[in-house]
Design a protein around this ligand. Structure first.
Ligand SMILES: [Fe+2]
Length: 298
């Protein structure tokens, strides 16, 4: 914990922009797979990190008093007010089991940002991989890096991002990378250069990710891997394990307990460190605007 501190930063003035001006829906722009160059400044990459948007086909869908459509509208409007280099959503894009209607709704809500910035999606246990990739084809197109898994690599200025696929069974809690994906990851990390690397996946390591131990056997000794970013628990939390930073994103759709915020995280990433700023749009507002600084392991 010694290399991390938090400070309250003044919340930037947010949005007045109405998403209604967005007009038609477009496919998410980014090209997937291989080493992509996402827009980023040379020294600092600024990304919006979201998780667990839980969009249903109907905007009236709600849970625990939260309306995920409404929340995602707020989140995308905030992001649009000061566009980052791109977005990553760490799974559970949809509600329940995923459906074509849910992904069409999610795509429409994300469209204003997708017209301007790359958006990379991981699949969660409430996603249907096939339906998701069908809706977002042309964006997070199937790379076939790992058969039947949705895996992406992205060069984002000073850092490399790897989007992994932990979906095991739709609408059941446990997740797993599986041996083929772990083998690919191990090989890829051995062959790629030493650019600081951040993994993005859905399931919580050491909780519902069944092959956490095997994953950590790969990334623990691999010093170029600096952090693992995930969702699933609907909890905003920073932990550390063997020098690896474990960053649990809050849900954008709804929380599970009133102690947790609902919103998104702004990340400023360099070769040496990451700054993570919470933007709460609902739930517990206590940490809204708070910045957490993390220095990567050497
Ligand atoms: Fe979720």
């Amino acid at each position: 914990m010694s290399d991390r501190f938090e400070r309250q930063v003044s919340r930037r003035q947010l949005l007045t922009w109405g998403l209604a001006v967005a007009g038609g829906v477009v496919g998410l722009r980014p090209r997937a797979g291989g080493a992509e160059n996402a827009k980023a400044s040379k020294d600092v990459a600024r990304w919006a990190l979201l998780s667990d948007t839980h969009i249903a086909a109907s905007p009236k869908n709600h849970f625990r008093g939260f309306y995920p459509h409404l929340n995602l509208r707020k989140v995308t409007a905030e992001i649009a007010a000061d566009l980052p280099d791109g977005l990553v959503v760490t799974g559970d894009i949809a509600r329940s089991r995923g459906s074509q209607g849910a992904y069409e709704s999610a795509k429409a809500l994300l469209a204003p940002l997708a017209q301007q910035r790359p958006i990379y999606l991981a699949v969660g246990n409430h996603d249907n991989r096939q339906d998701l990739l069908h809706a977002f084809q042309g964006a997070n197109a199937d790379t076939e890096i790992v058969k039947d898994k949705h895996v992406l690599t992205v060069m984002a200025g000073p850092v490399r991002m790897i989007i992994l696929d932990t979906l095991l069974y739709v609408n059941m809690f446990p997740g797993m990378l599986g041996r083929p994906q772990r083998t690919w990851l191990e090989t890829y990390l051995r062959l790629c250069d030493d650019t600081p690397t951040i993994l993005f996946l859905h399931h919580t390591p050491r909780a519902d990710l069944l092959d956490t131990r095997r994953l950590f056997e790969i990334i623990g000794p691999c010093k170029k891997v600096k952090a693992v970013v995930y969702g699933h628990s609907h909890k905003y939390e920073f932990r550390e394990a063997d020098g690896l930073q474990l960053i649990n994103l809050p849900a954008s759709g709804y929380n599970f307990t009133s102690a947790q915020p609902v919103g998104w995280v702004e990340a400023k990433l360099t070769r040496e460190s990451g700054e993570f700023i919470l933007h709460a749009v609902g739930g517990n507002p206590k940490r809204d605007g708070r910045s957490t600084m993390i220095r990567w392991r050497a």
